[in-house]
Design a protein around this ligand. Sequence first.
Ligand code: FO1
Length: 326
Amino acid sequence: MTDYGSAITDNRLRITDYRIVCLAGGVGGAKLAAGLAQIVPPQNLTIIVNTGDDFQHVGLTVCPDLDTVMYTLAGVANPETGWGRAGESWRTMQTVTQLGGPDWFRLGDLDLATHLTRAQLLGEGQTLTAVTRHLCTHLHIQPVILPMSDQPAPTMIESDDGRILPFQTWFVRERWQPSVRQIILPADVKATHAVVRALETADIVIIAPSNPFVSIDPILNVYPIRALLEDMPQVVTAVSPIIGGQAVKGPAAKMMQEMGMEVSATAVAAYYGDLVDLFIYDRQDEGTFVGAGGTAVALDTMMLDGDGRLRVAQDVLHTSLNYLNA
Ligand code: FO1
């Protein structure tokens, strides 16, 4: 059995020669993307981001996962919350609340500048892809960040009491407490040409340790992304978001319980199935992990700080390159 987890043994395998695509949702995806951006030349790194969490709020188009990835790569993300911007103030929305506006979704003053700029450019007829490129240019972000689609693709949550909730209503307003009966993804959402081209020319596709159900599935649900990964001649690597039976952040573990799944890296590997060539899980689960048929490698996958993000990105890339060139 090849030890894919070892450091690069063959110095012909230079990361800089490979095109990397990362599928990412919110915080976990943004952290790995930030680590990859420190290693992979910008022209060889594309991050495809979930837009199923996007919604209209106070007349603005809010794109939480795009913004979390952008802010993290720009080094301006709020480290406490994991979303929005660092050094934030809240005066505008506090005043909106005093004027009778909604108070359940906290938009900071600096963050509002992003939503205002996005709303203005969308209003001029620019696509979400073009608007994201505009924002990335002004945030001095070099890797390409792509929304999975330029069409709205709202993720809805069916709660166990039969309500169909818009994602942010479930996630923020109701603090992801309503038990999830199922996740409802839109039909007929198409990927942009830029997304298709990035996947068709990728050497390695990395599914980040984001929530498989509300961050990764909404991306795979966009036509023809899942088919492109299934037909991909190169390697598709997934990183488990579940470590030691827990989600590092967010509702993934609670959702797995509510949907009758075992809360484990093993269950995530089985859920992704043969879409994934290489499944990376945390060393904490080495004793209990049971593979799903593909290749699985245990690494230290905790990304607690900048160094952690760099280390995990390096290890995931090296493991993927070893697999690709085995
Ligand atoms: N999450 C919360 O739990 N409470 C909030 O008030 C909140 C505001 C917010 C504003 C901008 C933004 O980009 C994200 C925000 N989030 C908030 C997080 C957001 O709901 C999640 O990041 C994603 O939708 C799931 O990853």
